[in-house]
Design a protein around this ligand. Structure first.
Ligand SMILES: CC(C)(COP(=O)(O)OP(=O)(O)OC[C@H]1O[C@@H](n2cnc3c(N)ncnc32)[C@H](O)[C@@H]1OP(=O)(O)O)[C@@H](O)C(=O)NCCC(=O)NCCS
Length: 187
């Protein structure tokens, strides 16, 4: 129990270029932040995240994405302390699959200006630390084959890629912390 609580404490981390970020579990107070973050994301990133041209989240979707149990559904939000009024750096999330409880669907979203600076790897690392103690051994994601950034990230952590329909790929990533991908991971 204590280990679980310790894993969910806010973390002070750095991106690969040294930019400080604060990462904490997402909460009900983040609804507006999430909505704005989505609005400010490029059409391409939004399509890569949702595999559809989602521009707004409904009240029900915002509730689902922010009011989480941190056990079967975990999400970290990364914030830039230098820009407190901005929506933030990104969000990493996993949701356990009911039919395969050792597998969780995972999704990462990093705001345009922070992409390619290690935020995706950082969020994946923090998600992995939580998932391990919840008995989750695989993260699964469905992506377009044009999503080079996600493919590179998976390549780094040793995941497998399976072609599904047309341009759709299934990623299966073994759950393990990946601090070597992160500039300055928490201890
Ligand atoms: C996919 C995504 C989460 C990656 O996050 P990120 O913070 O940019 O990733 P990182 O900086 O940790 O980079 C991880 C690796 O991907 C590479 N990478 C990141 N962006 C890249 C790009 N646009 N093209 C090529 N490689 C890229 C990095 O160089 C790094 O590889 P390297 O170590 O060989 O240099 C981010 O691009 C994103 O939010 N995309 C839109 C939403 C999405 O596609 N989500 C994933 C599906 S749910």
């Amino acid at each position: 129990m204590q280990a679980r609580a310790a894993l969910r404490q806010p973390q002070e981390c750095r991106l690969r270029d040294g930019t400080p970020v604060v990462v904490r579990p997402i909460g009900p107070e983040d609804k507006e932040r999430l909505q704005r973050g989505l609005r400010e994301l490029s059409g391409r990133s939004r399509y890569h995240r949702f595999l559809a041209s989602v521009k707004e989240l409904s009240a029900e979707q915002l509730r689902y994405l922010t009011e989480i149990d941190c056990v079967d559904h975990m999400a970290w939000i990364a914030l830039d302390p230098a820009l407190p009024a901005e929506p933030g750096v990104g969000v990493g999330r996993y949701i356990r699959l009911a039919q395969e409880p050792h597998v969780a669907e995972a999704a990462l979203t990093v705001a345009e200006r922070y992409q390619g600076r290690g935020a995706g790897a950082l969020l994946l690392d923090l998600l992995s630390r939580c998932a391990v103690v919840e008995g989750i051994s695989t993260f699964r994601a469905h992506i377009l084959q044009s999503n080079v950034a996600a493919l590179r990230l998976v390549w780094h952590v040793g995941g497998t890629v399976t072609r599904e329909d047309g341009n759709l790929l299934r990623l299966d990533v073994p759950v393990r912390p990946c601090p070597r991908l992160v500039g300055a991971a928490p201890p």
